[in-house]
Design a binder for this molecule. Structure first.
Ligand SMILES: [Ca+2]
Length: 252
């Protein structure tokens, strides 16, 4: 996890073990899905198949609470930052999941050079090696952790600072960003001042992780006329199973 050639807060590169299997949304949560669960749509750029944005970390907690309540379970949550990077890298150690050459980024991501200063429907660009879309662009993704420094040595299921902080972190590139800000290891700090006058920097997506049979659960939860055909399309990551832990996987 992390990058020695990246920014200071991406160091030190360290090994991470993700001990429990989990499912992750193949696509960003769309506005139709958000609307079906929450009954509102705060997004700046409107469209059923566009990723939802303008949602706070607390908004996302409510979203997952509602989903969990429907299922009578606790399986839905945001991924941790480590889980996010594990999924984004998909076994790679390069700057992007397709390699190190930013000239290829346009094949995989909507970012500053090709977005036309707007978000785009989910899943239009090439996925990463594990079939996850928009991991390098379109809109940012929220993670569950507080923002904090990395430490050396192997970490098992790291979940960020143990005590509450004041900052969250975004991952996963975005439509206004230059290529260097869309790398797998890049961390964007969510400070209260970032969003002022810079609406794009408030854009983020919801990418849910869950334990258990998320595909069926979320499909069931979102099966409404308003979002037919736009269910999350969740998939298990290769090598994972919902009933047993992952084999040891490492990053960086
Ligand atoms: Ca993204």
């Amino acid at each position: 996890m992390g990058s020695e050639s990246g920014d200071d807060d991406e160091k030190p590169v360290h090994r991470v073990r993700i001990s429990q299997a989990f499912y992750l949304g193949k696509y960003q949560v769309t506005q139709a899905q958000w609307q079906a669960v929450m009954g509102d749509n705060p997004s700046r750029f409107k469209g059923d198949t566009l990723p939802v944005e303008q949602v706070s970390w607390k908004d996302v907690q409510k979203f997952t609470q509602f989903l969990n309540a429907r299922e009578g379970d606790t399986k839905y949550r945001l991924p941790t930052e480590a889980e996010w990077e594990y999924a984004a890298r998909a076994g790679t150690t390069t700057a992007y999941s397709f390699g190190d050459d930013p000239r290829q980024l346009g094949e995989y991501a909507w970012f500053g050079e090709n977005s036309g200063t707007t978000t785009h429907p989910v899943g239009q660009k090439k996925p990463n090696p594990w079939g996850l879309y928009d991991m390098h662009g379109n809109v940012w993704e929220r993670v569950q952790d507080w923002y904090g420094p990395y430490t050396a040595g192997t970490a098992v299921d790291p979940a960020g600072p143990s005590s509450p902080g004041s900052l969250r972190v975004f991952r996963g590139g975005g439509w206004p960003f230059v290529a260097g800000l869309c790398r797998s290891a890049k961390r964007i700090i969510d400070t209260p001042s970032i969003g002022i006058g810079t609406v794009n920097l408030r854009s983020q997506r919801v990418l849910l992780a869950a334990y258990g049979h998320l595909r069926n659960a979320l499909s069931h939860a979102l099966r409404r006329p308003s979002c037919q055909g736009s269910e999350a399309g969740l998939r298990a990551m290769p090598g994972t199973a919902c009933t047993k832990p992952l084999a040891v996987k490492t990053l960086g």
